[in-house]
Design a protein around this ligand. Structure first.
Ligand code: 4AD
Ligand code: MG
Length: 428
């Protein structure tokens, strides 16, 4: 049994493929069958002279997505997308398929999302999901090769990390739990135990807005470091992003071609990234005539305008404390500002990384928990980290789907995860 992605090793040989019929066209005494096996696509040419009348006639009626075993001789062909074709000698149907709903004509996105379990069989979706796989591998290798310890954080949590408005409550025996919005708080505890750690898992936000950047369930990788500052976090994030982009360019050329992704802007992604303070960013927005409220957070279109000023991702740091979560450390030189950073991707993809230095002072942290009207008892364990050997520490979160959308050049994050969850979408 051979796989299409390694077909080059079998040039001139007879091999058997197990796959599905992706497409079929015929001309006289030849059928051109596009076979996919999950690892790739190949054209299998069936001639009546080789296989005989019965099989040839049967093959002319096979429906799209029929599963089949095909035996044939591999032949190099410079015109073929993967460089090879196959001349069929035998074909057996494993499972029939008729009236497959997703045909080569174009369909609306809702139609496709309703059939996401089938849509993922298509060539573009293969390409996106393979890029996602490589991005995730690159992320893991990056942290594993730098001495970070993977320490998983819980999905059921008793309290909010990123604001109470986007919590998903779930009934948890006789109490209420919330699906995690971020592993950060537990990550901080893990960093006090293990030094440099990361967690990587699904996170949940009850986002009521329909935008091209928001999912209600998304995957976030979050590093956290003891004895670290905002500066350390910016450097680490730059290196992570650069390494993920370089690895994807290296390993997924074919997929980026399938997606017709212009690689030039990705090739620009090198350290160091340009940096802007919040104040400088706000000035740019004002100069560009954006209706922007000084002291407020940036909206999606604002982030696009900021990112457009540069040819690589930009780090915007020191946002007003009022726009950020309760755990951000104030800048000692400007206590109204936080030691926070967002990294904005180029080409309008917006914030891909958010993080900063954490509040390490017990009294100030207590005060912030009260100001944010968070239930203190739920954070008691978190306050212990400031009671027993508190140290400066910092970290960030990077959203995998936004990174994949950017690298693939997609106009919406919904295609970057096998089964997207959004405001109006829980199926399939
Ligand atoms: O900026 P956020 O909210 O930061 C945190 O959650 C911190 N606690 C992380 C940390 O410091 N450990 O989210 C981090 C990143 C964003 O930059 C974005 O890439 C992604 O997570 N993200 C989303 N991705 C898809 N859909 C959503 N609804 C997202 N919300 C955030
Ligand atoms: Mg953020």
């Amino acid at each position: 049994m051979a796989h299409i992605d390694e077909i080059a090793q079998h040039d001139g040989q007879t091999v058997t493929l197990q796959g599905w019929l992706h497409n079929r066209r015929s001309s006289g005494k030849l059928h051109f069958l596009t076979i996919r096996d999950g690892s790739g696509f190949i054209q299998a040419v069936m001639s009546k002279a080789t296989v005989g009348d019965t099989l040839f006639t049967q093959a002319g009626h096979l429906g799209q997505e029929t599963s089949l075993t095909v035996e044939g001789v591999v032949r190099a062909d410079a015109r073929a997308p993967g460089g090879y074709e196959m001349d069929v000698t035998r074909l057996e149907v494993v499972g029939a398929a008729a009236d497959y709903p997703i045909t080569p004509k174009s369909h609306g996105v809702d139609f496709l999302l309703d059939r996401r379990h089938l849509w993922i069989r298509s060539e573009r979706q293969h390409a996106v999901l393979r890029v996602r796989h490589t991005v995730i591998n690159a992320v893991r290798d990056f942290f594993n090769s730098r001495g970070f310890i993977l320490a998983d954080t819980p999905v059921f949590t008793p309290a909010a990390c990123e604001g109470t408005t986007t919590l998903f409550p779930v009934s948890y025996f006789d109490t209420t739990a919330y699906l995690t919005q971020s592993g950060q708080l537990y990550n901080e505890a893990n960093a006090m135990a293990l030094g440099r750690v990361y967690c990587f898992g699904p996170t949940f936000r009850a986002e009521k807005s329909k935008t091209r950047r928001h999912l209600t369930e998304f995957w976030m990788v979050e590093p956290e470091m003891a004895y670290a500052t905002l500066e350390d976090v910016i450097k680490l994030a730059e290196e992570l992003i650069t390494s993920v982009v370089a690895r994807t360019l290296d390993e997924r050329q074919r997929e980026l071609d399938t997606l017709e992704r212009n690689r030039a802007p990705l090739e620009q992604v090198r350290t160091p990234f340009p940096r802007l303070t919040y104040d400088e960013a706000a000035q740019i927005l004002t100069d560009q005539g954006r209706p922007f409220q000084m002291g407020g957070d940036f909206g999606g279109p604002d982030e696009t305008v900021l990112a457009e000023q540069f040819d690589r991702p930009v780090a915007v740091h020191r946002y007003p404390s009022a726009t950020k979560a309760f755990y951000m450390k104030p800048d000692p030189e400007r206590p109204d500002l936080s030691l926070s950073v967002d990294i904005l991707a180029p080409e309008g993809y917006g914030e891909i990384v958010g993080g900063g230095q954490r509040l390490d002072d017990l009294d100030l942290l207590l005060q912030r928990i009260q100001e944010h009207e968070l239930p203190q008892e739920a954070f008691d364990w978190y306050l212990d980290l400031r009671r027993y050997g508190s140290v400066p520490h910092a970290g960030f979160g990077m959203g995998i789907e936004r990174v994949v959308a950017w690298i693939c050049g997609l106009d919406h994050v919904r295609e970057t995860i096998p089964y997207p969850r959004m405001l109006n979408r829980l199926r399939p």
